[in-house]
Design a protein. Structure first.
Length: 455
């Protein structure tokens, strides 16, 4: 049923979406992510999580190996799932043990030089419905029914009790205050930590449709009338403790079907638009269909918000559950090309060792086709990027940038495992090199070029 609803929404979205010229690229219209020194950032990495353990055992499934192996493959970014139900198991009582466990993961990230976004994660709202996220004490259903769907857990978002719980979270004043206090607590604890690049204020928010609304209309209304005010409240709460971190804001998951978001402006100077990149058919086990136009439709929908509000994009989750199907090699190549056109970064789902969505098998090798996410790229650029791109056919990467006239001088390139040759021109030169990275210094104001090739 869910797939049928979303597919119908996609058809409507394709009719409503603004036309985009063939071959138009989003990059020039979307600002880049930057660090405190004004350098342009590219975040590439994976989600890391422990959904299985709670309480005293929370986060024990994550070890320093996760961060070390991530960095060894050239990734510089982790989206760390944290759960409100673990942080505040009872109203107003925050778990010091849980905060220390988050801090321990950040210690590992700092040691491995991996940037982290703390993601306030929820799946199907939270424990009241058999998942993780928003505490039971903050779950109000008005007695509406809930039926579990063990073979299609995402369909549980469309249960009346779950939808009503989201409405109360957005509208009840005491729950608004509680959510804001939760975020203030996290920001106050981790403000200034070198690894923390930002906070993802809520994972995959959903809502409650009104009678007669189709899915795209409901999603746009929820984003406009409920999510936008919520993000502004939470931004205010974070800023009382942390003035510098980026705030990651997500639309509803309906954006994955090519539905442009209804989000309005979040009144903060450091906002990142953080949609997820999932196709309903592939989530249900289908192979990639290049002719369906899903990636093109998604890209058209996603770029509208950041272009309008002048905010960078980092895709918070992406990747199919079965990467071994015949056309998945084509999917990863198409997806990487698309993400490179408009996003300052992405986090694949998920960095773990095993089956399903895991990036790696039990021995630590990439599962089928997921090695295609490994490319050379510029982690930081001290200047204005004119062009940057990787050619999977030749295995070569080329960066052209106008070097900053003052301030930061050194750019950093990430190099995957293997042998790489680096050529710098336009007054740029390689000043340091390790197995996994290269540091490049350019003449202030000069037009620098850096080429990375195999061998």
């Amino acid at each position: 049923m869910l797939r049928a609803i979303l597919t119908a929404g996609a058809v409507l979205a394709a009719l409503l979406a603004p036309a985009t010229a063939h071959g138009e690229e989003a990059g020039p219209d979307i600002p880049p992510l930057t660090d405190a020194r004004g350098r342009v950032l590219t975040l590439r990495g994976w989600n890391i999580e422990d959904k299985a353990h709670r309480g005293e055992q929370a986060l024990t499934a994550i070890t320093e190996r996760h961060l070390r192996d991530l960095r060894a493959q050239g990734f510089d970014f982790a989206r760390l799932l944290v759960f409100w139900d673990d942080l505040e198991p009872r109203p107003g009582q925050y778990s010091e043990r849980y905060l220390r466990k988050i801090g321990r993961v950040l210690d590992w990230a700092e040691r491995q030089d991996v940037r982290v976004v703390l993601d306030a994660h929820q799946d199907v709202f939270g424990p009241a419905f058999g998942h993780r996220g928003i505490p039971r004490w903050a779950t109000r259903t008005d007695g509406l029914p809930f039926t579990a769907h063990p073979d299609d857990w995402f369909a549980e978002y469309f249960e009346p009790a779950v939808q009503r719980a989201f409405t109360h979270l957005y509208e009840d004043e005491d729950l608004r205050r509680a959510q804001a206090r939760m975020w203030h607590t996290l920001a106050a604890r981790f403000a200034g930590r070198p690894a923390v690049v930002g906070y993802d204020l809520i994972n995959e928010p959903m809502g409650e449709p009104r009678p007669g609304e189709d899915l795209p209309a409901a999603a746009r209304r929820v984003e406009r009338e409920q999510l936008t005010p919520m993000y502004n409240r939470l931004a205010d709460a974070v800023r009382t403790a942390d003035r510098d971190a980026w705030l990651f804001v997500e639309p509803t998951p309906v954006v994955g079907e090519g539905v442009p978001t209804g989000l309005g402006r979040v009144r903060d100077p450091r906002v990142v638009y953080a949609p997820h990149f999932y196709d309903t058919a592939m989530e249900a086990g289908a192979d990639y269909d290049p002719g369906a136009g899903w990636i093109e439709r998604y890209e058209r929908a996603v770029i509208a918000y950041p272009a309008r509000y002048r905010v960078p994009v980092v895709v918070g989750e992406w990747g199919p559950p079965d990467s071994s199907l015949p056309r998945m090699n084509r999917f990863y190549r198409d997806a990487m090309a698309s993400l490179g056109r408009y996003a300052s970064g992405w986090a694949g789902y998920v960095w773990c060792y095993g089956g399903g969505y895991c990036a790696l098998d039990g021995r630590g090798g990439f599962r089928a086709n997921k090695e295609l996410t490994v490319e050379p790229y510029a982690e930081t650029v001290a200047g204005t990027v004119r062009s940057a791109g990787y050619d999977p056919g030749t295995g070569g990467y080329r960066l052209v940038y106008r070097a900053a006239s003052h301030g930061a001088r050194v750019s950093v390139l990430s190099l995957p495992p293997g042998t790489w040759r680096i050529t710098a021109g336009g007054g740029a030169r390689v000043v340091r090199r390790t197995a996994g990275r290269a540091w490049v210094r350019a003449v202030p104001g000069g037009l620098a070029t850096v080429t990375v090739t195999r061998g």
